[in-house]
Design a protein around this ligand. Structure first.
Ligand code: FES
Length: 568
């Protein structure tokens, strides 16, 4: 077996001395790390990323598996992205983390990598970086929290949006609100609904990048540690088989992920992250692929925010294996996975134990599934909506625009009693795209005007160039491309303009002539913040539009695992 790590530990002379001597200062004899597959454990543990705060323990289980299989583990940290605490938005740093991961893997003596992923952006960031190196790699997700229990009801992150509206509206007290906090987040793990973290864990399993059941085992369940141990064992074998990411991440694997995501009602963020991952591994993928491959797929998982249940319920019902078994006739069964087995071999004996949680394709939980890609003069490069989380009566709707130039403008005026708005209006928010904010925050599911909430209005059409939390819901159109800051038509929308949404026919149209749009564009003055230094400057200069995955233009593709200047 030819080991990459041998380029370090197998050297003679001064270099070999240095490489080995400083490993020995950790009390490790040379036979432990020299001549065995050296496996990096890429850890996004951080106490500032509460969803991943248990990852050092999880890493120990991975290490036990690596040792058992005859490998040698080396745990290393990378920047961690906690969705809840980091400002202005974790998405601003996804590409930065991917660079950290890519360079950390390539620069160090590793033969294979275990990626410990959890909170939303940690999964795509680690996968993007790892794809650009393309070593044998396996994902171990951290698992979701146990289902929240609050005053006799099951709750999760999607309820946060309801609690917040109820509190603004005076329906619940501040004390009720605070009581709900502790009841929702009652165990280790990430958000317990089919939000972005769960979507990313499911995507990983559907792509074939994790062992079976990785997506849904709760963080607090001992079987999560067992899976981590088995993944540690398996990565050592993958190194011996030279089973790299590029062998697993074929076009078929990406299509399998799109189909599975439609069936589980995954987050709209799925599109942006999958596009970015495809860009790194060199598989052509476009927004249109998400429509084409998800078109005939119904929603079979009854999970919040599109349905009723939680990730814990999904696991007990059979998890992603049961979902993929049900989707057999749609999937590319021959796509291989990290286990070395094909998708069809891996899931042929999977069983569904609760049809209320995972329905059949023939009697789906909801015939409307997935994410729809919209096109029109307001979004010439596309926009997205999650119909299963929207109001059916608003999927075909025309309304008068109420425009906010940026998020500060929105916050200042949304609850103004004088705001000229009714429930038929369409709320438009500009300059929250990748370049315009910068960082494309999750603000697209705008809270409704207080005066309409008081009237009992629960949903309105909302349009922006930003994103929405995977836990969010409503008739919310996101990722409008090109974004306002990059000269998209969104920039010229004015109060009172008529906008026509037709999700059934996949269109989003601003009812203005091309000539009028052109005239208004000529008069545009950009008001969004332009960064002048540091990482934010780099981001604003190089980030691509949402329809391309919002990666940096200079990070597309990969550089492989070879170290260019290979000497001390
Ligand atoms: Fe980390 Fe939701 S905040 S997954």
């Amino acid at each position: 077996m030819k080991l990459r790590s041998n380029n370090w530990f197998g050297r003679t002379g001064k270099d070999g001395f240095i490489y080995r001597a400083w490993m020995k200062n950790q009390g490790i004899p040379a036979h432990e790390f020299h001549g065995k597959p050296v496996i990096g454990i890429c850890n996004t543990w951080s106490e500032l990323t509460p969803c991943n705060a248990h990852f050092r323990e999880l890493a120990e289980s991975v290490k036990h598996g690596i040792y058992e299989a005859g490998g040698f583990p080396v745990e290393f940290p990378v920047m961690s992205l906690g969705e809840t605490l980091i400002k202005p938005t974790a998405m601003l740093y996804r590409n930065l983390v991917s660079m950290d991961v890519e360079e950390s893997i390539r620069a160090n003596p590793m033969d294979g990598v275990v990626l410990l992923c959890g909170c939303d952006k940690t999964t795509p960031a680690l996968l993007m970086g790892a794809c650009s190196v393309d070593l044998p790699s396996i994902v171990v997700s951290g698992g979701a929290m146990l289902t929240g229990k609050f005053r006799g009801k099951d709750i999760g992150t999607s309820d946060l949006w309801r609690f917040a509206e109820d509190q603004r509206n005076g329906k619940i007290s501040q004390q009720d609100f605070e009581d709900a906090e502790a009841c929702m987040a009652r165990s280790r793990g990430h958000c317990a609904v089919m939000g972005t973290a769960s979507t990313m864990a499911s995507m990983t399993e559907a792509l074939g990048l994790s062992l079976a059941e990785n997506a849904a085992i709760p963080a607090a369940d001992s079987r999560r540690k067992v899976l981590a141990h088995l993944s540690g064992m398996r990565i050592v074998e993958m190194v011996k088989e030279d089973l790299k990411l590029s062998a697993i991440l074929t076009r078929s694997a990406f299509e399998n992920a799109i189909i599975t995501n439609a069936a589980i009602g995954g987050s709209t963020n799925f599109i942006i992250h999958l596009l970015a991952i495809a860009g790194r591994i060199g598989v052509p993928l476009t927004m249109d692929d998400f429509d084409t491959h998800a078109k005939k797929i119904p929603l079979i998982a009854n999970l919040q925010p599109s349905g009723k249940y939680f990730m814990e319920d999904l696991y007990y019902a059979g998890g992603i294996p049961a979902v993929m078994k049900e989707l057999t006739s749609f999937l590319h069964g021959g796509a291989i996975t990290v286990s070395g087995k094909s998708i069809s071999e891996q899931y042929e004996n999977s069983v569904c134990y609760n049809r209320d949680v995972i329905s059949t394709v023939s009697h789906p939980f909801n015939p409307v599934a997935g994410i729809s890609v919209l096109k029109g003069n307001l979004c010439t490069d596309g926009a997205v909506i999650k119909p299963s989380a929207a109001s059916a009566n608003l999927l075909q709707h025309a309304g008068r625009a109420v425009v906010f130039e940026n998020i500060e403008d929105y916050k200042a005026r949304i609850d103004d009693p004088e705001l000229d708005v009714d429930e038929n209006c369409i709320l438009v928010l500009k300059n929250v795209g990748p370049k315009g904010y910068p960082g494309m925050p999750e603000v697209g599911n705008l809270s409704l005007p207080k005066k309409l909430l008081k009237k009992g209005v629960t949903d309105m059409v909302r349009i922006s160039d930003g994103r929405m939390s995977g836990t969010g819901f409503g008739t919310v159109i996101l990722h409008v491309s090109p974004e306002a800051f990059a000269g998209g038509a969104l920039a010229i929308v004015q109060d009172g303009d008529l906008i026509r949404l037709d999700v059934l026919n996949k269109t989003l149209q601003l009812e203005l002539s091309d000539q009028e749009i052109g005239e208004r564009k000529k008069k545009l003055k950009y008001t969004a913040h332009a960064s002048v230094r540091g990482y934010t400057w780099l981001y604003q200069q190089h980030v691509e539009q949402a329809n391309l995955g919002a990666d940096f233009d200079f990070l597309k593709g990969g550089s492989g695992s070879a170290v260019v200047k290979d000497s001390h």
